[in-house]
Design a protein around this ligand. Structure first.
Ligand SMILES: [Zn+2]
Length: 397
């Protein structure tokens, strides 16, 4: 989402943003220090650099538990010592850290964890004074082994070795609705929404990974209950470029059938600010404290408006594409609702009701691998279209 925001915002004259972290393609710089702090259970990690660095953070569960921060290729000058690779001691949940060049164009910082912990907050800071550096700040909070393994699941399931993955692929976060104590809707034969959507999410993940164009993460890959706000927070912490929630409808008329796509309604939009404050969702444009507050507010509004436009565009493509792939759709396939999982202010999002669990044929289609394949291919095609059109916008810049 970041690359095309840059285009969008520069077009409006906010050229200063091009130098702000995460939005621009920055010149390769120097990492100057990796520091640890925090109190109580949380550990704060601060990575200082001489220029703003684009970064991608994710967790790995293979072997030891690790948090990985991928950076563009940088020079490591930790505490004044320049070297190709090195390591240091951590604090809190971080036992130690290691760093090295990773690929021809990327460097990698690895935090080895004493116990499972996830990034619960992340932001960047630009220097306010002459002797200050650019900073990437991550807060790590201890979590359960199960939650850690789940967060690591999406990143690990790629067809290539994880070490080869770089941040350039768009990250698609798929959110199978319900789970655990919340079964969602059920068919009269006992087919449960929570199972149908999880199977579809996994099939969609396979389809997207096979294209090698995307990284994919699931908000849940097992039958567990997750709060709605945690689904959104998870997507944001992972740096999602697109969020797709999967559900199955229920109707009082068993004849009603077909898929529909939802984006945020105008009523829902009014809740975005509240959800943002309550959940500490910080926008990239809000972290530059050198700008007046009013400018940050304008930029935040622009980001929200652009996110809304992107979501609507994707929903439209999705509704058309699944129909074209031979999957039944409702009339007025693209609808609007004030759904909580669509409230993220800076991640384009849509919710797909795959079909009616109260309709026999929809249930048969949703539970049949070959029939569901049409839906999965329709969704994947829409995602391709969405990101293809983004690339074109950037290319004409
Ligand atoms: Zn549902």
């Amino acid at each position: 989402m970041r690359v095309w925001f840059l285009t969008f915002l520069s077009a409006l004259g906010f050229g200063a943003l091009a130098t702000s972290a995460a939005l621009a393609d920055p010149p390769t710089g120097r990492v100057l220090s990796v520091k640890f702090g925090g109190e109580g259970g949380a550990t704060r990690v601060v990575v200082e650099s001489d220029v703003a660095l684009k970064y991608h953070v994710f967790v790995l569960a293979a072997g030891a538990q690790r948090v990985v921060i991928d950076l563009p290729r940088v020079r490591w000058s930790i505490n004044g010592l320049t070297s190709e690779a090195g390591s240091g001691r951590g604090a809190g949940v971080v036992v130690g850290y290691r760093y090295a060049q990773n690929t021809a164009t990327t460097s990698r910082l690895v935090l080895d964890l004493a116990k499972p912990a996830l990034v619960t907050r992340e932001f960047v800071l630009a220097p306010k004074k002459k002797d200050e550096n650019h900073r990437i700040v991550l807060d790590l909070d201890p979590t359960t082994a199960a939650a850690f393994a789940e967060a690591a699941g999406g990143e690990q399931s790629g067809p290539q070795p994880v070490a080869k993955q770089v941040s350039r692929k768009p990250l698609i976060v798929i959110d199978p609705g319900h789970g655990g104590k919340d079964p969602g809707a059920s068919s009269k034969t006992g087919v449960r929404e929570k199972d149908v959507v999880l199977d579809a999410a996994k099939a969609l993940r396979e389809e997207l990974l096979a294209s090698q164009r995307y990284d994919v993460a699931l908000t849940r890959s097992t039958d567990v209950f997750i709060e709605l706000e945690d689904r959104v927070t998870k997507a944001r912490n992972l740096g999602a470029d697109l969020f797709i929630a999967l559900h199955a409808d229920a109707g009082s008329n068993s004849e009603t059938s077909g898929a529909s796509v939802y984006t945020l309604s105008p009523e829902g939009e009014k809740r975005v600010d509240g959800a943002r404050k309550q959940n500490d969702w910080i926008l990239d444009v809000e972290v530059d404290s050198s700008r007046p507050e009013v400018v940050n507010q304008i930029l935040a509004d622009l980001v929200q408006r652009e996110t809304k436009n992107q979501s609507a565009r994707f929903a439209q493509m999705l509704a058309v594409s699944i129909g074209e792939h031979g999957w039944p759709t409702l009339e007025n396939t693209h609808r609007k609702k004030g759904l909580f999982v669509l409230l993220s202010p800076d991640v384009p999002a849509a919710l797909l009701e795959m079909g009616f669990i109260t309709n026999d044929d929809d249930v048969a289609a949703m539970t049949s691998d070959p029939r569901r394949k049409k839906l999965v291919q329709g969704v994947a095609h829409a995602i391709d279209q969405f990101f293809d059109s983004q690339t074109r916008i950037v290319a004409v810049r």
